[in-house]
Ligand binder design. Sequence first.
Ligand code: SAM
Ligand code: SF4
Length: 323
Amino acid sequence: MLIDGHGRVVDYLRVSVTQRCNFRCKYCMPHTPFDWVPHENILKFEEMFEFIKVAIDEGVKKIRITGGEPLVRKDVDKFIKMISDYAPEIDLAMTTNGYFLKNYALILKQAGLKRINISLDTLDPKKAHFLAQKSVLHNVLEGFEAAIEANLIVKINTVALKGVNDNELISLLEFAKAHNSTIRFIEYMENIHANDELKSLKRDEILEIISQKYSIKEVGKVKNSPSTMYSIEDGYQFGIIDPHKHDFCDTCNRIRLSAEGLLIPCLYFDEALSIKDALRQNDIKKATEILREVLRNKPEKNRWENKISEHEISTRAFYQTGG
Ligand code: SAM
Ligand code: SF4
């Protein structure tokens, strides 16, 4: 079993398979030119898999494949099959922007993927273009339909942004409900790469908007997650992810592996250790030791509750950590 320095059981691994992405979401990507990490610095799937086997053997029960955009990496379906064949009982999930999903959904399901979270911030093609800096909505919606048809469990992630999609939160909720999908509204998280013109809608503002049409009851916090669930009068449940609180830190069960081989114990801290060299030298014992060291030093809580100043925000963007 993997236990961190604060006695928390860590059984959830998020694996970012690439930093690359076909979108340039304003809340995620730098707005000044930047270079991708060269291919040779990115772990091969076989290298990641060697680590994943250790993590599973040590008690990891849930793995989420993310990025960047995971579907831009060739053979990601084969990677999923490797994991699923090794441990069919693993809760295997992916987060994607959905753009390439139309042709991938069934293949992923057949490879062993169980659940998929699709990022959908708007149903307006112009706003989707504004946010992703590319015309994307048509493909994303086709991908969403394909995932439902492939019988994947599909959730929608919506970053709630003031003046951008506040007038669409109800239609997005109704869109999700009509497809038997759960929507989770995410508070925008400031980071030094993201466009500073964007402003988050906070939990109370999201609830106020939805309560203009529905009466809302709080259902409760989702275990090990920054998400709280709410229900409307017909029983439909939606979530709000409020990472600025740290009341989920007490039960935080996650660790992240980046595409470059960094083990990241907390999204909000820059500290991380690399297992790349250990994996390249086929030294699994060393990689396991590094894992244990990272867990020993996993921070007790994030630092978002303190007033965020320019110097306190995370220097890592989500495309680097996988969100
Ligand atoms: N490319 C995939 C996608 O967009 O779903 C997976 C990676 S993306 C980094 C994972 C999630 O992080 C997405 O749901 C995205 O909306 C969210 N995200 C990215 N930057 C964010 C930010 N600054 N604040 C809140 N959520 C953010
Ligand atoms: Fe790409 Fe996802 Fe970041 Fe958007 S949020 S730029 S789709 S990695």
